[in-house]
Design a protein around this ligand. Structure first.
Ligand code: SF4
Length: 421
């Protein structure tokens, strides 16, 4: 059992479980990124890591993490806030409930943050990862893998290659267990999904073995792409042909090459070309472009283009930070909000002396939010307070039809009549 709560310090295998879907789709991704210097950890990644660290501490039963604690990740010091605690609690609650409901009298096994190595499969790369929680129910001969996702990008569980890699890793890391059934579960507290924030898939272990053969084929494809990439020897013409053959955009989010990948750049510019005519003039006013179908087409294209634009900007920033800003650009400081420059007692005394302000002028006393009060009174207390708060609708969001389990928002006219009845 791994016992390192310092998730940020972990090394990733060449073929990591979290990159399986991307490498499967785009065989050249590994060749393009395997020698790329590690990128600076984003604040979103750091918050995800901090959430995993908090959850692990909760599961291991040490001192309970609390609001305001600091979790150190690779590149950040993250303050534990309500959102992080809520995510960790939902996941830990599910793991504990699953253990309680497993075993039918026999003691189930719980492995927390179990590291695994796919080396015994004989693939061409060092491959592995870490499963958040693995539970074995000897009575049902069922192996369960539970994965916490703190991010808001909705992740489907059905046929998910990352989860299947974890399941395979859990089988290899726990030899000798009699397994018939495998259940993989995603706990994603911040992403409403039509199947719920906790969603699972169960399959027979034979299906996992079949899938492993496909995984090895994908790994060998990536190996061939890597070998051919090395054989190009930096020749631009050969590399262009290589990119055409091996790079397949589609799962580019979090790819280290997203900001400079030639194929993604080409695809993004092709997509942008949808909106221009042969003379490079925008064709937004053409009648055919105003149909709902054309708008739906554009929304799908915009998601991809927005991701690429963000990645391209981040790449330009990284170049500048490394000392080679793109021509015509330079780095300048950005500023946060103003902060007081001395301890609180001194500032309050000075505000009184210099500006004649009293305590009412200087301090805001604010009622805490329902979420903050819930933390103080606990689950049982929070139940009693349910009738005291409202969840206000702040607007309407356009989402993909199958993206969430939230019901359709009523038409504006219906809402108007509801409000005036
Ligand atoms: S950005 Fe996309 S297409 Fe390019 S290497 Fe990465 S996954 Fe492949």
């Amino acid at each position: 059992m791994s016992s390192s709560p310092d998730h940020g310090a972990r090394d990733h295998a060449v073929w990591s479980a979290s990159a399986t879907a991307r490498n499967w789709q785009c065989a050249g991704a590994l060749a393009l990124t395997m020698n790329t210097p590690e990128q600076r950890e984003s604040i979103h990644a750091a918050r995800g890591t901090a959430t995993h660290q908090v959850a692990e501490k909760m599961l291991r039963g040490g001192p309970t993490p609390k609001l305001g604690d600091i979790e150190a990740t690779k590149g950040h010091q993250i303050e534990v806030d309500e959102e992080i605690l809520a995510s960790a609690e939902m996941y830990v609650g599910y793991v504990i409930d699953t253990v309680r409901c497993s075993g039918a009298g026999t003691a189930p096994l719980l492995m927390i943050e179990q590291r695994f190595d796919l080396g015994p499969l004989g693939g061409p790369f060092e491959a592995g990862g870490t499963a958040d929680a693995v539970i074995y129910d000897g009575y049902l001969k069922r192996l369960q893998v539970i994965d916490l996702k703190h991010g808001m990008g909705v992740v489907d569980v059905k046929g998910n290659p990352q989860l299947r890699t974890y399941a395979l890793g859990a089988l290899l890391a726990n030899p000798g267990l009699a397994v018939d059934q495998v259940t993989v579960t995603i706990v994603q507290p911040r992403a409403p999904h039509r199947d719920g924030k906790i969603r699972s898939e169960t399959f027979h272990v034979a299906d996992l073995i079949d899938w492993t053969a496909d995984l090895l084929v994908a790994m060998r494809r990536s190996k061939q792409a890597a070998d051919e990439h090395a054989a190009c020897g930096g020749n631009a013409v050969l590399l262009e042909a290589w990119a055409e053959k091996w790079l397949r955009p589609g799962k580019c989010k979090f790819c280290a090459a997203e900001g400079w990948c030639p194929k993604l750049r080409k695809k993004s510019l092709d997509v942008a070309g949808l909106w221009f005519d042969d003379m490079d003039r925008p064709k937004l006013n053409a009648p055919a472009e105003q149909s709902p179908e054309a708008v739906a087409r554009d929304l799908a294209a915009l998601d991809m283009l927005e991701d690429w634009i963000k990645a391209r900007r981040a790449y330009a920033h990284a170049l500048a930070e490394a000392g080679t800003p793109p021509p015509g650009y330079r780095l300048v400081d950005s500023y946060g909000h103003r902060k007081w420059g001395a301890p609180e007692a001194k500032i309050v005394a000075d505000l009184k002396a210099v500006a004649g302000l009293d305590a009412d002028d200087v301090y805001d006393r604010k009622l805490k939010t329902p979420a903050a009060i819930d933390k103080i009174v606990g689950k049982a207390g929070a139940e009693k307070l349910k009738s005291m708060w409202l969840k206000q609708i702040t607007g309407r969001t356009l989402v993909k039809a199958d993206a969430t389990d939230r019901p359709d928002a009523p038409a504006m006219a219906d809402r108007y009549f509801e409000a005036t009845e």
